[in-house]
Design a protein around this ligand. Structure first.
Ligand SMILES: Cc1cc2nc3c(=O)[nH]c(=O)nc-3n(C[C@H](O)[C@H](O)[C@H](O)COP(=O)(O)OP(=O)(O)OC[C@H]3O[C@@H](n4cnc5c(N)ncnc54)[C@H](O)[C@@H]3O)c2cc1C
Length: 203
Protein backbone atom coordinates (compact mmCIF):
# COMPACT_ATOMS: atom_id res chain seq x y z
CA UNK A 1 0.00 0.00 0.00
CA UNK A 2 1.37 3.43 -0.91
CA UNK A 3 0.12 6.87 0.08
CA UNK A 4 1.31 10.09 -1.48
CA UNK A 5 1.07 13.39 0.39
CA UNK A 6 2.44 16.88 -0.03
CA UNK A 7 3.97 16.69 3.44
CA UNK A 8 4.73 13.92 5.92
CA UNK A 9 5.23 15.19 9.47
CA UNK A 10 7.02 12.81 11.83
CA UNK A 11 6.28 13.70 15.44
CA UNK A 12 3.14 15.41 16.76
CA UNK A 13 4.67 17.69 19.40
CA UNK A 14 4.86 21.47 19.35
CA UNK A 15 7.26 21.29 16.42
CA UNK A 16 5.08 18.98 14.33
CA UNK A 17 1.91 20.90 15.09
CA UNK A 18 3.61 24.18 14.17
CA UNK A 19 4.31 22.79 10.70
CA UNK A 20 0.85 21.20 10.52
CA UNK A 21 -0.87 24.55 11.16
CA UNK A 22 0.98 26.26 8.32
CA UNK A 23 0.65 23.32 5.90
CA UNK A 24 -3.06 22.99 6.65
CA UNK A 25 -3.55 26.72 6.09
CA UNK A 26 -1.77 26.37 2.74
CA UNK A 27 -4.16 23.56 1.74
CA UNK A 28 -1.48 20.87 1.57
CA UNK A 29 -2.23 17.17 1.98
CA UNK A 30 -0.64 16.04 5.21
CA UNK A 31 0.33 12.72 6.78
CA UNK A 32 0.91 13.04 10.52
CA UNK A 33 2.92 10.22 12.12
CA UNK A 34 3.21 9.67 15.88
CA UNK A 35 4.71 6.71 17.69
CA UNK A 36 3.50 7.59 21.18
CA UNK A 37 0.92 10.10 22.45
CA UNK A 38 -0.54 12.72 20.12
CA UNK A 39 0.57 16.17 21.23
CA UNK A 40 4.07 15.03 22.16
CA UNK A 41 6.02 15.93 25.27
CA UNK A 42 4.65 19.35 26.22
CA UNK A 43 1.00 18.51 26.93
CA UNK A 44 1.53 14.86 27.90
CA UNK A 45 4.85 14.61 29.76
CA UNK A 46 6.08 18.19 30.08
CA UNK A 47 4.64 21.68 30.40
CA UNK A 48 1.00 20.84 31.15
CA UNK A 49 1.32 18.09 33.81
CA UNK A 50 4.19 20.02 35.37
CA UNK A 51 2.01 23.12 35.70
CA UNK A 52 -0.58 21.10 37.64
CA UNK A 53 2.13 20.22 40.18
CA UNK A 54 3.48 23.77 40.25
CA UNK A 55 -0.04 25.13 40.90
CA UNK A 56 -0.36 22.79 43.91
CA UNK A 57 3.03 23.91 45.23
CA UNK A 58 2.00 27.55 44.85
CA UNK A 59 -1.26 26.89 46.70
CA UNK A 60 0.68 25.33 49.56
CA UNK A 61 2.98 28.31 49.70
CA UNK A 62 0.02 30.72 49.82
CA UNK A 63 -1.59 28.75 52.63
CA UNK A 64 1.69 28.50 54.53
CA UNK A 65 2.08 32.28 54.32
CA UNK A 66 -1.52 33.00 55.39
CA UNK A 67 -0.46 33.73 58.98
CA UNK A 68 1.34 36.93 57.90
CA UNK A 69 -2.08 38.26 56.84
CA UNK A 70 -3.59 37.34 60.20
CA UNK A 71 -5.29 34.27 58.77
CA UNK A 72 -5.07 31.27 61.02
CA UNK A 73 -5.04 27.99 59.13
CA UNK A 74 -4.19 24.56 60.43
CA UNK A 75 -1.16 22.61 59.29
CA UNK A 76 -1.38 21.65 55.62
CA UNK A 77 -0.92 18.11 54.40
CA UNK A 78 -0.19 17.26 50.81
CA UNK A 79 -1.66 14.03 49.45
CA UNK A 80 0.91 13.47 46.72
CA UNK A 81 -0.79 10.39 45.26
CA UNK A 82 -4.06 12.36 44.93
CA UNK A 83 -2.20 15.20 43.22
CA UNK A 84 -0.55 12.82 40.75
CA UNK A 85 -3.95 11.23 40.05
CA UNK A 86 -5.42 14.71 39.38
CA UNK A 87 -2.51 15.56 37.10
CA UNK A 88 -2.71 12.32 35.08
CA UNK A 89 -6.49 12.67 34.88
CA UNK A 90 -6.20 16.25 33.57
CA UNK A 91 -3.88 15.27 30.72
CA UNK A 92 -5.53 11.93 29.90
CA UNK A 93 -7.87 13.39 27.27
CA UNK A 94 -5.18 15.41 25.50
CA UNK A 95 -3.90 12.80 22.99
CA UNK A 96 -7.41 12.12 21.65
CA UNK A 97 -8.14 15.86 21.45
CA UNK A 98 -4.89 16.59 19.62
CA UNK A 99 -5.44 13.67 17.27
CA UNK A 100 -8.92 14.98 16.49
CA UNK A 101 -7.36 18.33 15.62
CA UNK A 102 -4.79 16.65 13.38
CA UNK A 103 -7.47 14.63 11.61
CA UNK A 104 -9.31 17.81 10.61
CA UNK A 105 -6.81 18.51 7.85
CA UNK A 106 -4.50 15.51 7.84
CA UNK A 107 -4.30 11.74 7.86
CA UNK A 108 -2.99 10.27 11.09
CA UNK A 109 -0.68 7.26 11.27
CA UNK A 110 0.31 5.59 14.53
CA UNK A 111 3.71 3.96 14.72
CA UNK A 112 7.41 4.64 14.37
CA UNK A 113 8.34 6.24 11.06
CA UNK A 114 11.43 4.87 9.35
CA UNK A 115 13.00 6.29 6.22
CA UNK A 116 13.01 3.79 3.36
CA UNK A 117 13.99 6.29 0.66
CA UNK A 118 14.78 10.00 0.22
CA UNK A 119 11.08 10.81 -0.10
CA UNK A 120 9.44 7.92 1.66
CA UNK A 121 8.94 6.58 5.13
CA UNK A 122 7.44 3.35 6.38
CA UNK A 123 5.00 3.20 9.28
CA UNK A 124 3.86 -0.25 10.39
CA UNK A 125 4.12 -1.67 6.89
CA UNK A 126 2.57 1.35 5.16
CA UNK A 127 4.75 3.42 2.84
CA UNK A 128 4.16 7.17 2.90
CA UNK A 129 5.62 9.31 0.12
CA UNK A 130 5.99 13.08 0.03
CA UNK A 131 8.09 15.78 -1.57
CA UNK A 132 8.64 17.19 1.91
CA UNK A 133 9.20 15.09 5.01
CA UNK A 134 9.46 17.02 8.28
CA UNK A 135 11.38 15.40 11.12
CA UNK A 136 9.89 16.85 14.32
CA UNK A 137 10.97 14.12 16.69
CA UNK A 138 11.91 14.82 20.25
CA UNK A 139 15.22 14.74 22.06
CA UNK A 140 15.11 11.76 24.40
CA UNK A 141 16.50 11.59 27.96
CA UNK A 142 20.10 10.43 27.69
CA UNK A 143 21.49 7.44 29.61
CA UNK A 144 24.19 8.93 31.82
CA UNK A 145 27.56 7.14 31.74
CA UNK A 146 27.91 7.00 35.54
CA UNK A 147 27.67 4.11 38.03
CA UNK A 148 24.14 3.74 39.32
CA UNK A 149 22.57 5.51 36.34
CA UNK A 150 20.18 2.57 36.00
CA UNK A 151 18.67 3.52 39.38
CA UNK A 152 17.72 7.01 38.26
CA UNK A 153 14.39 8.14 36.87
CA UNK A 154 13.63 10.93 34.40
CA UNK A 155 10.96 13.62 34.41
CA UNK A 156 8.73 11.18 32.46
CA UNK A 157 8.52 8.88 35.48
CA UNK A 158 8.46 11.71 38.04
CA UNK A 159 5.19 12.99 36.58
CA UNK A 160 3.45 9.66 37.27
CA UNK A 161 5.19 8.69 40.53
CA UNK A 162 2.48 8.45 43.21
CA UNK A 163 4.93 8.17 46.10
CA UNK A 164 6.43 11.46 47.24
CA UNK A 165 10.15 10.89 47.67
CA UNK A 166 11.78 11.93 50.94
CA UNK A 167 14.83 13.36 49.23
CA UNK A 168 15.55 14.33 45.64
CA UNK A 169 18.84 14.82 43.84
CA UNK A 170 18.59 16.66 40.52
CA UNK A 171 21.30 15.80 38.02
CA UNK A 172 21.52 18.60 35.49
CA UNK A 173 20.70 22.23 36.06
CA UNK A 174 18.56 23.05 33.03
CA UNK A 175 15.02 24.35 32.94
CA UNK A 176 13.45 20.97 33.70
CA UNK A 177 15.52 20.61 36.89
CA UNK A 178 14.61 24.18 37.86
CA UNK A 179 10.94 23.31 37.35
CA UNK A 180 11.40 20.24 39.50
CA UNK A 181 12.92 22.27 42.31
CA UNK A 182 9.98 24.68 42.27
CA UNK A 183 7.66 21.70 42.82
CA UNK A 184 9.82 20.23 45.58
CA UNK A 185 7.53 21.60 48.27
CA UNK A 186 9.24 20.09 51.32
CA UNK A 187 12.74 21.22 50.49
CA UNK A 188 11.99 24.59 48.96
CA UNK A 189 8.53 26.06 49.26
CA UNK A 190 8.18 25.12 52.90
CA UNK A 191 11.30 27.11 53.63
CA UNK A 192 10.22 30.62 54.62
CA UNK A 193 11.01 32.97 51.71
CA UNK A 194 13.36 34.96 53.94
CA UNK A 195 15.52 31.87 54.42
CA UNK A 196 15.67 30.89 50.77
CA UNK A 197 19.18 31.65 49.69
CA UNK A 198 18.83 30.45 46.10
CA UNK A 199 20.71 27.43 44.87
CA UNK A 200 23.01 25.30 46.93
CA UNK A 201 25.05 23.37 44.40
CA UNK A 202 27.50 20.62 45.22
CA UNK A 203 29.89 19.28 42.63
C1 LIG B 1 9.12 18.03 32.44
C2 LIG B 1 9.12 19.01 31.29
C3 LIG B 1 8.58 20.28 31.47
C4 LIG B 1 8.57 21.21 30.43
N1 LIG B 1 8.00 22.42 30.64
C5 LIG B 1 7.98 23.33 29.63
C6 LIG B 1 7.36 24.62 29.80
O1 LIG B 1 6.83 24.93 30.88
N2 LIG B 1 7.39 25.48 28.75
C7 LIG B 1 7.96 25.15 27.55
O2 LIG B 1 7.96 25.98 26.63
N3 LIG B 1 8.54 23.94 27.35
C8 LIG B 1 8.57 23.03 28.36
N4 LIG B 1 9.14 21.79 28.15
C9 LIG B 1 9.77 21.52 26.86
C10 LIG B 1 8.73 21.13 25.80
O3 LIG B 1 7.98 20.02 26.24
C11 LIG B 1 9.49 20.80 24.52
O4 LIG B 1 10.26 21.91 24.16
C12 LIG B 1 8.56 20.49 23.39
O5 LIG B 1 7.69 19.42 23.73
C13 LIG B 1 9.37 20.11 22.16
O6 LIG B 1 8.48 19.86 21.11
P1 LIG B 1 8.91 18.92 19.92
O7 LIG B 1 7.79 18.95 18.95
O8 LIG B 1 10.27 19.28 19.45
O9 LIG B 1 9.09 17.45 20.56
P2 LIG B 1 8.00 16.54 21.27
O10 LIG B 1 6.90 17.31 21.89
O11 LIG B 1 8.77 15.63 22.18
O12 LIG B 1 7.34 15.71 20.08
C14 LIG B 1 8.05 14.80 19.29
C15 LIG B 1 7.16 13.59 19.05
O13 LIG B 1 7.81 12.77 18.06
C16 LIG B 1 7.44 11.43 18.32
N5 LIG B 1 8.40 10.57 17.62
C17 LIG B 1 9.73 10.42 17.88
N6 LIG B 1 10.30 9.58 16.98
C18 LIG B 1 9.29 9.22 16.14
C19 LIG B 1 9.23 8.37 14.99
N7 LIG B 1 10.33 7.76 14.48
N8 LIG B 1 8.03 8.18 14.38
C20 LIG B 1 6.92 8.82 14.84
N9 LIG B 1 6.92 9.64 15.91
C21 LIG B 1 8.08 9.83 16.55
C22 LIG B 1 7.49 11.33 19.83
O14 LIG B 1 6.72 10.23 20.30
C23 LIG B 1 6.93 12.68 20.26
O15 LIG B 1 5.56 12.62 20.55
C24 LIG B 1 9.14 20.84 29.17
C25 LIG B 1 9.67 19.56 28.98
C26 LIG B 1 9.66 18.64 30.01
C27 LIG B 1 10.23 17.26 29.77
Amino acid sequence: MSNKFDIVIIGSGNGGFGVYAIAAEAGKSIAFVESLDFGGTCPNRGCTPKKVLVAAAQSLETIDNAAVHGIDVGPTKLDWAKLIDRETDMVSGIPAGMQGLAEKRGTVFHGEAKFVGPNSVEVGGTILEADNIVIATDPKPRDLPIPGADLMITSDEVLSERTLPGEVVFIGGGVIAHDGVSIDVDEYLRTPPTRRSGWSATR
